[in-house]
Design a protein around this ligand. Structure first.
Ligand code: CTP
Ligand code: MG
Length: 189
């Protein structure tokens, strides 16, 4: 029972990092971050799929979702253990790290794809699914190590981490097919 709760919590806390890439698909477009520039290898730095609107819109979507989750935990469920933090200042900081880190991971992923000569939207297994988590980790581990350890490493929480690592590729598949069917994504991955 305890382990189910730990897994549910691990998923709950990662939602503000999971949402931004879907948010970027919905609100993205317009000027690309790399302004069309190429690197010496002849490929774009990031490509047309990485826009300013997507970066900021996606980050905002993740933070807003987190604000909703934190409010539910504090005011509806009355369970502080489901809150990112009982202090709204700390909660907003954690949410920023989760959401912005996620979008940074997405940029790192595209940067690596372009350096490997892969076109926008071309499949790159593992990196496509986990890039956001790499970005989130790069932000959350240095700045909120205690929060990270308490929720994803200590005791049974390590099973929560394993659970989301297994769930992510499945969720990725489902959301991308949805985005494709809505006509928001050119490819179903
Ligand atoms: N998007 C955006 N800005 C971002 C991230 C995403 O505008 N910073 C939008 C773009 O319209 C993009 C779509 O979300 O095409 C899907 O994102 P993603 O799958 O990450 O990009 P791809 O187009 O597949 O490009 P890449 O090969 O670089 O991953
Ligand atoms: Mg892609």
């Amino acid at each position: 029972m305890e382990i189910l709760l730990v897994c549910a919590q691990a998923l709950w806390f990662i939602l503000p990092a999971l949402a931004p890439s879907s948010g970027a698909v919905l609100v993205g477009g317009g000027a690309p971050i790399d302004s069309g520039r190429k690197m010496k290898d002849g490929n774009r730095i990031l490509g047309n799929g990485k826009t300013w609107r997507g970066l900021f819109g996606g980050t905002l979507v993740g933070i807003l979702l987190g604000v909703i989750l934190n409010s539910i935990a504090l005011y509806i469920m009355d369970s502080p253990e489901w809150a990112f933090s009982e202090s709204w200042g700390t909660a907003l900081f954690i949410l920023f790290l989760l959401a912005f880190g996620s979008m940074m991971g997405d940029l790192i992923g595209s940067f690596i794809k372009r350096r490997m000569g892969k076109k926008k939207g071309e499949k790159f297994p593992v990196l496509d699914q986990y890039d956001f988590l790499i970005g989130t980790s790069l932000f959350i581990i240095p700045f909120q190590s205690a929060w990270f350890l308490a929720n994803y490493i200590d005791g049974l929480h390590i099973f929560g981490l394993i659970f989301i690592l297994i769930l992510i590729p499945l969720l990725h598949r489902v959301t991308n097919i949805a985005g494709f069917k809505m006509g928001k994504k050119e490819v179903p991955w």
